[in-house]
Design a protein around this ligand. Structure first.
Ligand SMILES: N[C@@H](CCC(=O)N[C@@H](CS)C(=O)NCC(=O)O)C(=O)O
Length: 237
């Protein structure tokens, strides 16, 4: 595939940051096109109810032949795709080709996919609190439900490895980092209740911290395009 991939996403964590962290683990050289965070809802129902929004990202999507597609979008040569799972898996595959991202087995891949689905479930709920007046009291409930389940797959106490037993994180570990540390939408919607909610899941918190310390991820977290813990640019001082 000729040239560098371009990742199109907003100026917040949302559904874009897993792609970016996976790309960092794989040592990928990618371009970033960042848009001001403007959305008309989190779910398809809310978006359809609110009607089409005219913004920088919707105009750009239309111009690149991806009319109506939400972000993230990856453009790589002739390839243009949206959907966060597709984008995340694509960068993981490129990282495998580069010899830096672990070559996961089918059984490990399906676990990574399960973590992506769990992240998406609570992402939609928490984003709906920010964008569509959803009930914020449901965020700690959903987060607890998801972390209770995912904790069954995390390394045992004292094992300083990642979910699949490698010394390098995969998508599952990155999902845990985002679930436990991201500002938008998780910490922003958990608010003062964040410490209590995450306090019940020490294994997940520890894995998020371990993933953040992995050298390629630690370096990424200082990159200007990393939005893991940042509010939208317009709200930054
Ligand atoms: N199922 C899609 C959802 C994409 C989506 O809704 N993305 C949000 C940002 S996280 C968005 O672009 N919202 C604005 C829009 O749809 O125009 C995915 O996983 O990528």
């Amino acid at each position: 595939m000729a040239g560098k991939p371009t990742l199109h996403y907003f100026d917040v964590n949302g559904r874009g940051e897993v792609c970016k962290i996976v790309a960092a683990i794989g040592g990928l050289d990618i371009d970033f096109k960042e848009y001001p965070f403007v959305a008309n809802g989190a779910s398809t129902a809310d978006k359809l109810k609110a009607g089409k929004v005219e913004s920088e990202h919707t105009k750009a999507a239309t111009a690149m032949g991806m009319d109506g597609c939400g972000l993230p979008i990856i453009v790589h040569g002739d390839l243009k795709v949206n959907q966060s799972f597709a984008c995340q898996n694509y960068f993981a595959n490129l990282g495998q080709q580069a010899g830096k991202y672990p070559k996961v087995t089918p059984a490990q891949q399906v676990v990574d996919d399960m973590f992506q689905g769990a992240l998406e479930d609570v992402m939609g709920l928490a984003a709906g609190v920010i964008l569509s007046g959803g009930d914020g009291a449901l965020v700690p409930v959903a987060m607890s439900k998801i972390l209770t389940h995912l904790t069954k797959y995390l390394p045992a106490d004292g094992v300083e490895k990642f979910v699949h037993g490698y010394d390098t994180p995969t998508i599952a570990d990155v999902c845990i980092l985002v679930l436990t540390q991201a500002l938008i939408p998780f910490n922003a919607t958990l608010g003062d209740g964040a410490a209590e909610c995450y306090g019940k899941f020490p294994k997940a918190v520890a894995l998020g911290e371990r993933t953040a310390k992995f050298p390629a991820v630690a370096e990424w977290l200082t990159n200007e395009h990393c939005n893991l813990k940042k509010p939208p640019r317009a709200a930054r001082t």
